[in-house]
Ligand binder design. Structure first.
Ligand SMILES: [Zn+2]
Length: 231
């Protein structure tokens, strides 16, 4: 196996276990894909129905962007079409992380939008996180129906399902998925308390430009706006 394949597979296993340790998934739910460094037409993806504790490098499947298996002793995740189609359509995306955390599943059930309530959330997602229409699992709908909500954002809730996060690399995609889970917990608490405050729009626009800057060829982040009076 080429060194870069082994390193990539090991990296995916490290992040897959982080999904579990941060409670962003339960049992075998969730999945990860990452573009192979130096070979943008190949993806490394987590396998179907495998407990994260037992993952070994050979279990991480290597597929082409049209879903053909190139290497690996297991079938890829049953949601592989969502990964291959998004990577095909979005060459700037280097990794995708799909989670089933408790707070994002709550938002996904309700079909709510997570507003820009925290600076860290905007830095991780580019702004409000929207819910994509319900898509039938294991179909191309999972990529098609998320296209609008993901156009200028790092994440979207999949209705009745979970969260989809994208990034220029696996570090960014994982960071986004983890930050959104935490922000959803805060938002659901705020809703129970009956009061939610949002960042002012110029602040959202400015911080979002730092999120955008992770992608190759993106413009420089915007200059800082005038500081807002204390709120
Ligand atoms: Zn899923």
């Amino acid at each position: 196996m080429p060194d870069v394949w082994l390193e990539t597979r090991r990296k995916i296993i490290t992040f897959a276990r982080k999904l579990q340790s941060e409670r962003l998934v339960y049992s075998t739910a969730g999945n990860i894909s990452m573009r192979m460094p130096g070979e943008p037409g190949l993806l490394a993806v987590t396998p179907t129905s495998t407990q994260y504790d037992f993952l070994e490098p050979e279990d991480i499947t290597i597929v082409t962007l049209d879903g053909r298996i190139v290497d690996g002793r297991k079938e890829p995740t049953s949601e592989v079409a969502m990964h291959t189609l998004i990577h095909q359509r979005r060459p700037e995306v280097g990794a995708i992380v799909h989670t089933h955390g408790k707070a994002v599943m709550t938002m996904a059930n309700l079909g709510w939008t997570l507003p820009p309530i925290l600076t860290g959330l905007v830095e991780a997602t580019g702004g409000a996180v929207r819910t994509s229409p319900y898509s039938q699992p294991e179909t191309d709908q999972m990529a098609d129906y998320t296209e609008d909500a993901l156009r200028d954002r790092g994440a979207t809730f999949l209705r009745f399902h979970g969260l989809l996060a994208v990034g220029a690399d696996l570090e960014h995609a994982f960071h986004t998925a983890s930050v959104v889970e935490g922000a959803c917990e805060v938002y659901l608490t705020l809703r129970q308390l009956g009061e939610v405050h949002e960042l002012p729009a110029p602040q959202v626009e400015w911080i979002a430009s730092y999120w955008r800057a992770q992608f190759p060829g993106a413009p420089e982040p915007l200059p800082a706006p005038e500081p807002v009076p204390s709120a």
